[in-house]
Design a protein around this ligand. Structure first.
Ligand SMILES: Cc1cc2nc3c(=O)[nH]c(=O)nc-3n(C[C@H](O)[C@H](O)[C@H](O)COP(=O)(O)OP(=O)(O)OC[C@H]3O[C@@H](n4cnc5c(N)ncnc54)[C@H](O)[C@@H]3O)c2cc1C
Length: 309
């Protein structure tokens, strides 16, 4: 089996950017696309904060352009998903459902998945009022009434950020107190735009083609409250896609890959980029930037290999 220079796992902004840089460095990268070619942006509508598009661009269109650019630079795409890795021996081995690759370096850019509640309305009205990212979509909700679901720090942070735009926020949390840090809670509790609904669970998000309202169950009284809103932000966390790496790669308590110097993992030659190693910023542009760094780090690592195994 020939030994590849670099195998990139994932085809979101991080993986595709890593691919473009690695291909232009003549590393002949293999990129395994995963079950969601294009990554998370393929489930959203307008992206207004990715530089280069003066009127914004639809998420799927942006990812198609990135994919075409990667193809044009020489990235070799492999369909399928990585099901197993072996980082205990060099060269490393990557296993997809039906193939194996031996490689000198690996870039993990498998992203993170937003945790959803699992309501029908979530999928049906995704990008039509339902969002998983306040930084990305907040400005679309100027002077609107919205619901935010969650009780941790990220729900507090997203709510406070959203107060810049919206008229009113109903913050829905299923318990009678928040998990968030005291300082974040205090800021939320004091904010006049935020009404907190404790002991409350989102039961339904309704609307024909756009969010028109939600049904909220009070789990103490069993009563259902119908609230007219134009937006719903789900802020109950993310799950980084790192399960298959954890035998070899250090992760934090929430499963995010730990990195030093931006992209280096605890295994020399294995790099991580994008949401998979970023519990904080989680943006397409920051993921793309880290993808670029990971590819350059992989190139320097290969240059330093002696002998070139
Ligand atoms: C609804 C929504 C709207 C958003 N809007 C914006 C926005 O407007 N602006 C913005 O900057 N950001 C936005 N974001 C955030 C942005 O999408 C992410 O920050 C970005 O996509 C992260 O890029 P990534 O490459 O790290 O990972 P992802 O985009 O998550 O891509 C991960 C890739 O890894 C693949 N993969 C996973 N597991 C495996 C495996 N085992 N083997 C092989 N491949 C695998 C997946 O198929 C996918 O291709 C939004 C997110 C969501 C959910």
């Amino acid at each position: 089996m020939d030994i590849k220079n670099v195998v990139i796992l994932g085809s979101g902004p991080a993986g595709l950017t890593a691919g473009i840089y690695a291909a232009r460095s003549d590393l002949k990268p293999i990129l395994v696309s995963g079950s969601t070619p294009g990554g998370q942006l393929t489930i959203t509508s307008l992206v207004e904060n990715y530089p280069g598009f003066e009127n914004g661009i639809l998420g799927p269109e942006l990812m198609l352009k990135m994919q075409k650019q990667a193809e044009n630079t020489g990235v070799i795409f492999e369909d399928g998903t990585v099901v197993k890795v072996d980082f205990s021996n060099r060269p490393f081995t990557i296993f997809t459902e039906d193939k194996q690759f031996k490689t000198r370096t690996v870039i993990i850019s498998t992203g993170a998945s937003v945790k959803w509640l699992g309501l029908d309305g979530e999928t049906r009205l995704m990008g039509k009022g339902v969002s998983g990212c306040a930084t990305c979509d907040g400005p679309f909700f100027k002077d609107k009434d919205i619901v935010v679901v969650g009780g941790g720090d990220s729900a507090m942070e997203e709510s406070l950020f959203l107060t810049k735009f919206v008229k009113k926020i109903y913050l829905v949390h299923r318990r009678d107190e928040f998990r968030a840090s005291k300082i974040m809670q205090d800021r939320v509790l004091k904010d006049p735009k935020i009404e907190i609904l404790f002991n409350s669970e989102l039961q339904d998000i309704y609307g024909e083609n756009i969010v028109e309202g939600v049904k909220v169950l009070n789990n103490k009284t069993n009563s259902i409250n119908d609230i007219k809103v134009q937006g719903v932000f789900i802020a109950i966390g993310h799950t980084p896609n790192t399960e298959i790496f954890r035998e070899f790669i250090d992760t934090d308590n929430n499963g995010y890959i730990k990195v030093h110097e931006f992209t280096k993992t605890n295994v020399p030659g294995v790099f991580a980029a994008g949401d998979v190693s970023d519990p904080k910023y989680k943006q397409a542009i920051s993921s793309a930037g880290l993808g670029c760094i990971a590819a350059m780090d992989a190139m320097h690592f290969i240059e330093g290999l002696n002998p070139k195994v």
